[in-house]
Structure formats: C-alpha cells, structure tokens
Design a protein around this ligand. Structure first.
Ligand code: NI
Length: 169
C-alpha cells in the first residue's frame, strides 16, 4: 500500500482545470497509488487533482464497499450523453465530514481511455453515474459546493468549517 496525502478543500489545486493526459505520460505508478489511496480513505472515487496531480484522470470503484470489486480507470473522460436530473447526497474525500445534496443527470454515457489506452464508451446510471460526474467535476476544478445554490452552499460550508478542524489530517 502506498496511499498518497489527499488535498482538502479549499486547496487551490482543487479549483484548477486539469490538463489532458498525454500519450507519453507514464501513469502506472500513479494509478496504483490512487487506488491504494481511495481504498484506504475509504472512498469510491478519487480524481488525480485530489492527490495534487493536475491531469485529467480519475479512478472509481462503486462496488467494493458492497463486496464486488469494480475498479475503473478513466483517462481524459468526457460525458457524451446525459439525461434526467435527480438530487443525490454526495461526500468528497477532499471535503471530509460534509454531505451535499447535488442535482445531476441520472444517466450518462462516459467516453474515456482505460489504463491500456483503449477508448471506451460506457453507459452509467444510479450511483455510478453520480460518482463519475463528481470525479469529472474535479478535473474541471469543481467541487460539490460549486454545484449548490448560494443559500445551500453557505449552510454546508459553515458545517465544514466547524467539522474540519476535528478531522484527522
Ligand atoms: Ni470529491
């Protein structure tokens, strides 16, 4: 295991638009370390900027907490189709201790390159669709707070300010 330190909001790197991954980028060690970090956290998704790497990739595994390993590596991901809008409660490893209610499309098709460099187009729904959109937001410098109304944001930011000092670093 080689878990990396996770950046906490409002670290400015979490508000930065990340650069595309280039073909010559060697990601093997980073991807392994990102999975180690995500599973240790424990979480179900982790984007590269959350460990200080400002590149467009994330890892997720929405099944492992329920006993089914479903690891995905999404490089240069984009949403090519989205439909429906549903609210859902989202935590974030970079905003520990706070849940935010975020409206998002219910079903998407995600296009990305996997770890082998193969182009994929995958339909996602339910929690997987929400998780992928949350992680893709990180690559655009967007956190859950940025998806809230000013009133809702004030409430959760206040809760975060109160809870954060008590969290282990
Ligand atoms: Ni997050």
């Amino acid at each position: 295991m080689s878990a990396l330190p996770i950046l906490y909001w409002p670290d400015p790197r979490l508000s930065t638009v990340c650069d595309p991954v280039a073909p010559e980028d060697d990601l093997g060690g980073l991807i392994r370390a990102m999975f180690d970090t995500m599973y240790a956290a424990p979480g179900r998704g982790l984007a590269a900027p959350q460990v200080g790497v400002l590149k467009r990739l994330f890892v997720m595994d929405c099944g492992w907490k329920d006993g089914e390993m479903t690891p995905m590596v999404c490089i240069n991901p984009e949403i090519i189709y989205a439909e429906g809008m549903v609210p859902g409660s989202e935590g974030c490893l970079s905003i520990p201790g706070v849940l935010a209610e975020v409206m998002r499309p219910e079903r998407i098709v995600l296009r990305y390159f996997d770890q082998e460099g193969t182009a994929q187009e995958v339909p996602l729904d339910g929690f997987e669709a929400r998780c992928a959109q949350h992680e893709l937001d990180h690559l655009d410098g967007i956190v859950t707070f940025d998806r809230l109304s000013p009133e809702a944001r004030e409430v959760v930011e206040q809760a975060y300010t109160v809870s954060f000092p008590a969290r282990p670093a």
